[in-house]
Design a protein around this ligand. Structure first.
Ligand SMILES: C[S@@+](CC[C@H](N)C(=O)[O-])C[C@H]1O[C@@H](n2cnc3c(N)ncnc32)[C@H](O)[C@@H]1O
Length: 230
């Protein structure tokens, strides 16, 4: 069975996506790739609104029942982790770990209801970093949350660089959130040198604040654009 390197299956809502990626109403009309989309409801809600997103994640090889089982196994661990590390999170909007859990479960239920049809339609693809088998410039925008930089301990510097360059190959703009590592308030150990290397290679990088902040200090979004093609 595919090893997900201890990456949890946990999905956020459409509203979370708008806030994590500073997405404007106009930008929702773009062609969008969500890489490491997991059981988030962004793709499902966009479809309800008549828009199309392509989501990639190795978990899409599994059946809805298997994904549901993974969510059920993950749920108590996450709630316990939130209680144990309560002060590392911002509770103004969500209130309690249980309320957050309910909100995430609702989003994942929306994903699960959409997944069988969405997979048939090619909106959910079983693929992942560091190689994305799409042609150059297939998408206007690629977003990715809670994998790159978040799992800095599990994924190497090379993996990060290769994955970001690959996103920039298939999309005209890339947005990655958050920039803190392993569910702490500390900036990813890879961030500074990845930015330096991308800049030296001609990529345009920019860090923007987000209104979304659940992990303390996790309120920054990295935008990357590929070098100009002459
Ligand atoms: C914490 S979830 C984040 C889901 C969603 N982006 C969100 O923020 O709600 C991380 C996801 O990364 C996926 N993942 C693990 N390895 C991956 C890879 N090499 N390429 C793409 N996704 C991967 C996992 O399967 C998991 O669904």
């Amino acid at each position: 069975m595919f090893q997900l390197q201890n990456v949890v299956s946990w999905g956020r809502s459409f509203q979370d996506y708008l806030e994590m990626f500073n997405l404007s109403a106009n930008e929702l009309e773009l062609s969008i790739l969500d890489c490491a989309g997991g059981p988030a409801s962004f793709n499902a809600v966009m479809k309800q609104q008549g828009k199309t997103v392509i989501s990639c994640d190795p978990i899409y090889q599994f059946t809805p029942q298997q994904i549901q089982q993974r969510i059920d196994e993950t749920y108590p661990m996450i709630i316990q982790g939130l209680h144990q590390n309560f002060d590392q999170f911002v509770w103004d909007k969500v209130g309690t770990p249980e309320a957050l859990g309910e909100a995430r479960l609702a989003a994942m239920k929306t994903f699960l209801a959409d997944f069988p049809q969405g997979k048939e339609q090619g909106r959910y693809r079983d693929m992942g970093f560091p190689e994305l088998p799409f042609a150059n410039d297939t998408f206007d925008l690629a977003v990715s949350s809670h994998l790159l930089f978040t799992y800095s301990q599990q994924f190497s510097w090379q993996f990060h660089l290769q994955s970001i360059r690959e996103l920039c190959r298939v999309a005209k703009e890339v947005r990655i959130f958050p920039l803190v590592q392993n569910f702490t308030s500390f900036k990813s150990r890879h961030l500074d040198s990845i930015l330096e290397t991308l800049t030296a290679q001609g990529y345009y990088t920019n860090i923007e604040k987000t209104v979304y902040e659940f992990q303390r200090g996790g309120n920054e979004l990295l935008k990357v654009r590929p070098p100009m093609k002459i």
